[in-house]
Ligand binder design. Structure first.
Ligand SMILES: *Cc1c(COP(=O)(O)O)cnc(C)c1O
Length: 360
């Protein structure tokens, strides 16, 4: 067996320990005589798995009792519709456009009501987070929507927007569990798990109870109502059972590592290794304004497309995979999620140094 350093933006690297454990339990989950993939989601064994996963997530994030945790399907993208369908009572919401995912959510919101773009960083290819301290938010907006970490562009909100009393809704797909978070500042936090937590196909929604109502937009399907899933504790229908089981293992791994404050320290240390090099390099440069840099996704360029392509190919040959940047930014992107070890980032920087020397 040989594993590479996988810098993919998602689906992305998972802790090796977790994969190992899942492999050991694959054919016979703890004496049940079957794989978690094969068991009823109504069984006692599975009930323990999903309950424990929720309890561990609550513990890690310090989720207050008046918030529900929902394990749903449809990926992060399904939330682009589910949020307005469930929350747009006044048919109006404010969106802050900091990248493609925020823009897609905004576009989807326009199907259901007046989705107002109150700020955007599109003028500079989303390379910064706009000033959100005094935005012109409509009085009757049902919520303010953000994408907290912009996976494609490598920016992250370091302070949350001043929502002027409105409910904050955040897509945290690519910064989920990367650092401590104050859940009480949000009405809804959600994320697809394939960036930092588990296998694609699971989306976790953390939602304040008073936002879960029967008063959804007319025509909202049963499956797209938060209330359906909250009432049934994520077991209204068959959940993405195996995916949730892996998420649960990752939560345990995070707890064993010391929790989110320790993860933040580790993530800062890893990101600094890469950013410090980018700041001193004469060949490579980061594409994001310094104050808004993400700890998870680090885009960089040489300024020469052919050299970028050569770098990506040579890095792959050296066991550093999936470094090609998103087509809208070009160049490279290193995603360095929780499960990326520090050695992976050190290897990457050593490789970049060598590449720079050879192309001076
Ligand atoms: C990947 C990603 C999405 C899309 O996730 P899907 O599960 O594929 O729908 C949405 N938002 C952000 C921030 C992402 O990184």
């Amino acid at each position: 067996m040989s594993r590479v350093y996988n810098f993919s933006a998602g689906p992305a690297v998972l802790p090796e320990e977790v994969l190992q454990e899942a492999a050991e339990e694959m054919l016979d989950y703890r004496g049940s005589g079957m794989s978690v993939m094969e068991m009823s989601h109504r069984s006692k064994v599975y009930d323990n798995i999903i309950k424990e996963a929720e309890a561990d997530l609550r513990d890690l994030m310090g989720i207050p009792d008046n918030y529900k945790v929902l394990f749903l399907q449809g990926g992060a993208s399904q939330q682009f519709a589910m949020i307005p369908m469930n929350l747009m009572k006044n048919k109006k919401a404010a969106y802050i456009i900091t990248g493609q995912w925020a823009k897609k959510a905004w576009k989807e919101g326009q199907i259901y009501g007046e989705a107002v773009a109150v700020a955007s960083s599109e003028d500079k290819t989303f390379s910064y987070i706009p000033d959100c301290s005094d935005l012109d938010i409509p009085e009757d907006a049902d919520y303010v929507y953000i994408c907290e970490n912009n996976t494609i562009y490598g920016t992250k909100y370091k302070t949350l927007p001043n929502t002027k009393g409105h409910t904050l809704v955040a897509d945290i797909s690519s910064c989920f569990l990367s650092e401590p978070v104050d859940v009480t500042k949000y009405g809804v936090l959600y994320g697809g798990v394939q960036k930092n937590i588990g296998p694609a196909g699971v989306v976790i929604v953390i939602i304040r109870e008073d936002l879960i109502t029967e008063d959804t937009l007319p025509g909202t399907p049963t499956m797209l109502q938060y209330k359906t899933h909250a009432d049934a504790e994520s077991l209204y229908n068959t959940p993405p059972a195996y995916g949730i089981y892996i998420c649960g293992k990752v939560f345990k791994w995070l707890k064993k590592m010391g929790g989110l404050a320790v993860m933040q320290e580790r993530n800062e240390e890893k990101a600094n290794i890469l950013y410090d090099f980018l700041d001193e390099s004469k060949l490579f440069q980061g594409t994001v304004v310094q104050k808004d840099r993400s700890l998870m996704n680090v885009p960089f360029i040489t300024g020469d497309k052919e050299l970028d392509a050569q770098f990506v190919a040579e890095a792959k040959a050296a066991g550093l995979e999936n470094l090609k940047g998103h087509r809208s930014v070009g160049g490279m992107r290193a995603s360095i999620y929780n499960a990326m070890p520090k050695e992976g980032v050190e290897k990457l920087v050593a490789f970049m140094r060598e590449f720079e020397k050879n192309h001076a």
